[in-house]
Every structure is written in C-alpha cells, then in structure tokens.
Write a protein that binds this ligand. Sequence first.
Ligand code: PLP
Length: 405
Amino acid sequence: MLRDKFPILGEKVYNRQLVYLDNAATTQKPVQVLDAIGYAYTHFNANIHRGVHYLSRIATEEHEKSRLEVANFINAKSAKEIIFTKGTTDSINMLAFAFGEGYINEGDEIIVSQMEHHSNIVPWQMLCERKKAHLKVIPLTDDYTLDIKAFEQLITEKTKLVSVAHVGNVLGVENPVEQIITIAHRYAIPVLVDAAQSIARLKTDVQSLDCDFLAFSGHKVYGPTGIGVLYGKEKWLEALPPVEGGGEMIEHVSFGKTTFNTLPYKYEAGTPDFIGSFALAEALRFVRQTDIETISSHEQNLTRLMLEQLQDIKGVKVYANKATVPCGVVSFNVYSNGKLIHPFDVGVLLDHQGVAVRTGHHCAQPLMEVLGVPGTVRASVALYNDEGDIDIFVSALKKAVEMLV
Ligand code: PLP
C-alpha cells in the first residue's frame, strides 16, 4: 500500500492515529527518499567538483545526475538551467537580487498578486526599496481568482517583471499562469512562477508554460528540507550577474579581478547540498513513478469530498472559488453567531484528536487583509491521504465546532 511507504504515517499522536493534513506546509517522505539520504552519507559522502579521488567523483556524478533528473521533471531544455538553492524562498531572493542588480532602476515596476506567500512579496519589496522601484499588485475577484483584466491594466512601459504563484497556498486556486505569461510576453516582460504548491500537484513543463523563471522547494514534493530549485531560461541566467561569491562560482580569482564560472555553477557558491540533491532526485523519481496525473486526480477527489462535507457543518465558512475544485488545499473558519472563532482554537482541538492542520496567516498576511480575517484553518492533502483521513478530520471538526459554537 502507498501509505506503508511513508513510515511517519504509522506514528500515533496523543495515542491516536496521526491524520496529517498539513501537506501544503511540508510533505512526508517515502522510504526511498529516507534511504537515499542514508545511502549518500554511507557510500559517497565527499565534497564534489574539486576532488580527484574516487568518492568525490561519485558524489559529483550523482549531483549532476540529480540536476538532470530535475531538468527532466520540469522539462527544462538543459540541466544548465537548474540552479540548486535552499528552497523556494532562497530561489526568489536569489532572483530578486540578480534581476535587481541587472535590470531594475528607479521608477521601474514589478507585479505580484494579492494571493502571494510572503516569500514572493518581501524579496521584491526589499528590491523596490533598494532601487526606488514600485511593487504593483494584481487584485482578486470576489470569487478568489486573479483579476486578469486588472493585471493587464497594471502593465506599463516601466514593468520589468511579473511574479505569481501557480497555486495559491491559502486558497488552493490554480492561477492561469499560461495566460499571464502570454500577456506579459506580449510586452516582453519576463515571468517567475512560484511553483512551491504546484510542483507536487500539477504537471510542470517550463517549456510549454514558457515561463522565464520557476522556483520550488524539495520538501513540498516529498523530498528533503534545505534544497530547492531556481529554474531560469539559459538566456536570462547567462545575462544576470551572480548573487553570492565564494568557491565553485568562479573561473579564476586574483586580487585584481575575478571571473565567473559557467552555468549553472555561477549561481552555486560554496559546497552545495549534494546529499539533498540526491534525495530530491529520488523524490522526483517517486512522483514520476506514481504519476503526477494520478496524484492530481486523487487529491482533487479528496479535496472535493472535504469541501462537500465542510459546507454541511454549521458555522463553517470556506474560502474557495465556486467554479473549480481547489488544488489540494482548503481554507476555512468557524463562526459562532457571526463572530469568528480564532483559527488557532480550532487547530488545537483538531490536534488533540490526532489531526494536523495549519492555522494562522500562512505567510500571506496581505491576503488575510483582503479576506478580512486574522487567519484561517487550512487542511491540505497529499497523495498518501485517503477518504478515511477526511472522515476523521470532518468528525473531529464537528466535535470541535460543537465545543466552540
Ligand atoms: N511560495 C508558496 C506558494 C508557498 O506555499 C511557500 C511555502 O509554504 C513558499 C513560497 C515558501 O517555501 P519555502 O519555505 O520552502 O521556501
């Protein structure tokens, strides 16, 4: 059984079977990923690229094979377009710095959306402050989707970059990134896709999307923490300056002048996480073997079920687009006589029944402002969840609501 491949799912919390519905925050790891970490440390732990000895050569080969696995997974044209980072946040910060240095001047504009995670807002805000540029924001419609007409109206000759999530981490809305990219490219504006939530849920094909950049984290796609990816079209990565200086990213160093390494090494200063890349590649193989379309439709079924059942619970307000099923993520709040019960209280009562959900602003405070709430309760599924999990969650929520309302 698929669940048996995830040892942590056998854990008991407060003497109850764990029901893990916090997958948008991080996913659990299958045995093959856990084993890959142990295998790498046991069989080829040695610093890569610089060594002539056997272990170092194997470690280097594995790191580069992992890069190729990532490139294949997202259908990049070349492994040179894959930069290993610490995660989505690191990838976006890296791009904000490189792009900012190379292409942003006073008065320029960057566009994000109202539903972004802080990590796709704050790095751009910091860049705007450094360069006296402006951050513009695509608004949401009343139905929790991005207002594409408004987006087009935000574009001016000063717009230099658009950065949007493929799937929102609070609402689970799949954004029309292809349409956004087509519109932006009409004005020759590059687009970054934040794929943190979509990478484990939707097929990612950077060539057919035609995005200029894409970022994701290993830990949200059944891989380890501390490793992630920044994809960039080769022409962009060639043109942008390096971000961090140090070992590996150089071609030659002298006190007079330093020249930089070729792609992708120019962006990978210092010893990379070659154990993490090996385990990430294993996670991506796991997703490929399981098949992303199968994962997608399984998660859709569970999400639909969750939505249907939540709608029947008195006092529960769900924040979801009515026309589509959200991508694996459902946000809601509980109200008593029109008064919001703090999501934290709901989360604690669920936790005590063995159900792990996330509560709070989900690193999306601007979106919370739009929704007019301090936070939400968020339940998010992964490929190992099943209808039994949803049943336990729903009956635990009913009990919590009885106590709170
Ligand atoms: N972007 C989105 C849409 C996310 O959901 C998250 C994490 O929840 C991030 C970015 C940041 O990811 P990380 O913390 O792995 O860097």
